[in-house]
Ligand binder design. Structure first.
Ligand SMILES: [Zn+2]
Length: 309
């Protein structure tokens, strides 16, 4: 795998030290006890419970720390309400399991709360960086939820995080280095209008088989695809700043302003109307993957996937 970061300098002190008291204060009780700070930039601290033995392990840790700090900067730009340090954990499998209290073999990243995210130390490369971006976007949602006491639907909470993660690979042209990301896109081809209807709650799943089909992963990807459809296609020309609008949407929720109201205000169209048009789009692109992905953050990945078929 090509290494794109090794020649660059870590934009912070690389330290192996204990934890500052303000960092310790925000860590949840399930976080590994023996963590140390390995890098920090302003109020953003990268901590780990890993003990790199070889130079390669240390380099991998530095790369992840650098990716974390870079992306945290972008996320913090969006999120001006933070008054506590942001802690970015790079955890061993054991540390990740401890966060949940049971083994989490397939969970590479986690947003623990508005100030703490964690990534498994073995998740390197472009896929790892996309997961960092995904989880960091969740901290923004967490912050909004704490401030407003409201939440938008789960498929959009996951969708906006996924658009941030996949969008990162698209912006940095690193799709070819992300096998997990490629696999996800190869599965997105078979989403149906029916899947979206169930995810949107327009219809109940027909039995266990369908509700299994529309599992957490599919819910997230349909949410992401809906957001991308809004950006590229809504009203013909699309809404280029859709991600910023979703940020405002989350901030504007209140007991007096429902999600549907906030959506109509930010996107200029009723939610149901946008969802129905997206469902028609899925139907029309059922056998036309290039049209489904054209203009989206998955377009280049789809080309890579299609070429390898
Ligand atoms: Zn997520």
């Amino acid at each position: 795998m090509k290494k794109t970061r090794s020649s660059r300098q870590l934009p912070s002190r690389y330290v192996t030290a204990g934890l500052a008291p303000e960092v310790k204060a925000v860590l949840p009780s399930t976080f590994p006890k023996r963590v140390v700070t390995i890098a920090h930039h302003g109020d953003v601290h990268v901590v780990t419970d890993a003990k790199p033995k070889t130079r390669a392990e240390r380099e991998q840790l530095k790369d992840l720390a650098e990716a974390y700090l870079e992306q945290a900067e972008q996320v913090l730009e969006l999120d001006g309400r933070r008054d506590e340090p942001l802690v970015l954990g790079i955890l061993t499998q054991r540390g990740m399991d401890g966060l949940w209290g049971y083994p989490v073999k397939y969970t590479s990243g986690a947003c623990v709360d508005a100030n703490v995210v964690a990534l498994r130390d073995s998740t390197g490369g472009a896929d790892g960086e996309a997961i960092i971006a995904h989880e960091l976007r969740h901290t923004v949602t967490f912050g909004h939820q704490l401030a407003t006491g409201q939440a938008m639907p789960e498929y959009l909470v996951e969708g906006i995080a996924e658009v941030t993660g996949a969008g990162y690979l698209d912006r940095t042209n690193r799709e070819a280095e992300g096998p997990i990301h490629q696999k996800a896109v190869s599965w997105m081809v078979d989403f149906t209008a029916r899947d979206a209807e169930v995810v949107f709650g327009h219809d109940e799943p027909k039995g266990e088989r369908e509700s299994k089909r529309v599992n957490g992963w599919r819910r997230m990807q349909i949410g992401a695809q809906f957001i991308e459809w809004l950006r590229v296609h809504l009203g013909g020309a699309g809404v280029p700043d859709v991600v910023a609008r979703f940020d405002q949407l989350e901030a504007s929720l209140s007991p007096e302003c429902s999600f549907e109201q906030a959506f109509a205000e930010q996107l200029g169209v009723p939610l149901r109307e946008a969802q129905d048009a997206f469902i028609v789009f899925l139907e029309h692109t059922r056998d036309d993957a290039p049209a489904r992905f054209r203009g989206t953050i998955w377009e280049d990945t789809w080309r890579i996937v299609a070429a390898s078929k």
